[in-house]
Design a protein around this ligand. Structure first.
Ligand code: ZN
Length: 344
């Protein structure tokens, strides 16, 4: 066993009941129990959930949908994280087994990832699913895993992915997050948004691809029952989306992934233009500290600073979301390219 494997072994939770539940392939129940046990044994996590219990929320209504704004001081480190190469090289990776707090334990999944409790929760139940290896955040090689993990956790949780340049606080270490299902407004509003603001790009008996622009956000969605088909479609989408870039980098995206036994998968891919909007860089009085990622664009916008929370308005949120979303020409191009691709 190599050193990393030994370290990972130390962080696997030892609990007979969890082993039993995992053997029955009930990863959502196992994760729920993990959280319960970790809340008893890991002080930092307990503190995080205590802080979550005191968060303030306000809601802004747009035409037929809403954005909740959550004042959550526990997220300050994550929201303000410097994710440039230099800053990343200077810090210890907080997702590598060698740097996990001694009390932090997890559950292995797909033999490639560790389900861990997130000590700075946003959801009533919030997990980080970290790769066992220290490897860059990258969707092309991990989409298949995202799809499978979504199914395994689907009884209770939605799974999200943040691109390395648009929200991932560890762009150097592959990870997803999982949180309480239907906690982000977009999950309930999806069909409304699709009908009201969407365009169906292709529809067959086993696949629907839609493009939605609600004035704040732009996203592409896939609804499919077959995971193999879903992986193929994502690969095609990725190629088209990448062609908008002049460089070879991963095109910016945030993903919210859901699964229901009856309907299959529903993947929402928010298309991005920037990591942070201009509001983040304004002088202190005007500054609004928001680093939009999946959860924010999903309609649950996190603000870690109280004065910003007090100041933020319906209009400012709309501006921030609009600014970080893919530019109009890009969206129009993408839609027509995808239509052509999938009809041909
Ligand atoms: Zn790492």
């Amino acid at each position: 066993m190599n050193n990393n494997r030994k370290l990972i072994e130390l962080h696997l939770i030892k609990d007979n009941k969890i082993s039993e539940i995992i053997n029955a392939d009930e990863f959502a129940n196992a994760s729920e129990r993990l959280l319960k046990l970790q809340l008893e044994n890991w002080v930092q996590l307990k503190k995080g959930y205590k802080s979550l219990a005191t968060v303030k929320t306000k809601s802004f209504w747009y035409s037929g949908f809403k954005v909740l704004v959550q004042f959550n001081p526990g997220r300050l480190k994550s929201t303000s994280a410097e994710v440039d190469k230099e800053s990343i090289n200077e810090r210890e990776c907080f997702l590598c087994a060698e740097n996990l707090p001694e009390a932090q334990k997890g559950i292995g999944i797909l033999r490639k990832y560790l389900i861990l409790c997130n000590p700075y929760p946003i959801f009533p139940e919030h997990f980080t699913i970290a790769s066992l290896e220290h490897q860059p955040q990258e969707i092309l090689s991990s989409f298949e895993d995202l799809v499978e993990i979504t199914r395994k956790l689907s009884a209770k949780y939605s799974v999200i992915y943040n691109g390395p340049k648009c929200g991932a606080s560890a762009p150097d270490h592959l990870h997803f997050q999982a949180g309480t299902k239907n906690f982000m407004p977009v999950e309930d509003e999806f069909n409304y948004l699709k009908n009201e603001y969407g365009e169906i790009l292709t529809e067959t008996s086993n696949l629907i691809i839609s493009a939605v622009d609600d004035g704040l956000r732009k996203f592409i969605s896939f609804e499919a029952r077959d995971s193999k088909l879903l992986n193929e479609i994502f690969y095609k989408f990725y190629n088209v989306y990448t062609s908008l870039n002049s460089n070879k980098e991963e095109p910016m995206m945030n993903i919210i992934s859901n699964y229901e036994k009856e309907f299959g998968w529903r993947i929402i891919i928010f298309l991005r233009n920037k990591h942070r909007s201009s509001h983040y860089y304004l002088e202190s009085k005007e500054k609004i500290m928001v680093s939009p990622a999946s959860i924010d664009l999903g309609g649950l916008c996190i603000i870690p600073v109280e004065k910003d929370f007090k100041k933020v308005s319906r209009e400012i949120i709309a501006e921030i979301f609009y600014e970080v979303s893919l530019f109009q020409e890009g969206f129009v191009y993408l839609k027509s390219a995808l239509k052509k691709y999938f009809s041909g």
